[in-house]
Design a protein around this ligand. Sequence first.
Ligand code: SAM
Length: 264
Amino acid sequence: MLNSDINDQLASAADVKEGDFVLEIGPGTGSLTNVLINLGATVLAIEKDPHMVDLVSERFAGSDKFKVLQEDFVKCHIRSHMLSILETRRLSHPDSALAKVVSNLPFNISTDVVKLLLPMGDIFSKVVLLLQDEAALRLVEPALRTSEYRPINILINFYSEPEYNFRVPRENFFPQPKVDAAVVTFKLKHPRDYPDVSSTKNFFSLVNSAFNGKRKMLRKSLQHISSSPDIEKALGVAGLPATSRPEELTLDDFVKLHNVIARE
Ligand SMILES: C[S@@+](CC[C@H](N)C(=O)[O-])C[C@H]1O[C@@H](n2cnc3c(N)ncnc32)[C@H](O)[C@@H]1O
């Protein structure tokens, strides 16, 4: 259970208002759901535990602003669920905006959720999550040249503008966990504003390969893509040192390098 003020602050970080459509992952008994509905939002909740599904369905039985699906979020086809809902909704609300995600997440699925939702800027405008504090800092504020800097940070900045909103001390939870949490907002970019890469799939495959050889220089870890001298040349054209390592490259650097290699 979470201190009810934090639920209010989660909803306020997402600027939830009358007429919004909100996806909530793991509503549990529905304390955050209640805040969202009271603010005038319509909520689709995905809950894995059948017992919780019964409890939350009963709690909001009279409301036409709530629907729960009993599914594992990581395995469910959220894009198709959302597209069919938004399509129907647009018929009755032609000006309706993109949906939002607000969730007090089970911490063990937070990375999967981020990877799944952030590329959906055509469906969601904002993803506001309560995460483990350490994970939140790693995802939002990793420093270049540290071991915290990983492919997921490139993914996050490719698809969104992340913001660490505030820390939630462990005393706000019952039972009290051993770690603090934090509220994080990912403002999703619309697909037309993604960095200009010729192939998103090839771009992320290059990023992942680069980090696979964590301590290796890119001229070695990318050898399966091009010969070492060609990678060195591409790094030079992209304005990067021939000895570059993955943790030294920003999103922009990776975009430039990918586009030089793709042109060759
Ligand atoms: C941290 S609790 C959040 C409860 C509620 N949001 C609250 O504020 O009190 C996590 C909830 O997520 C559900 N859950 C865990 N893994 C899930 C998954 N993979 N897909 C959907 N729901 C999940 C759990 O059953 C639980 O109800």
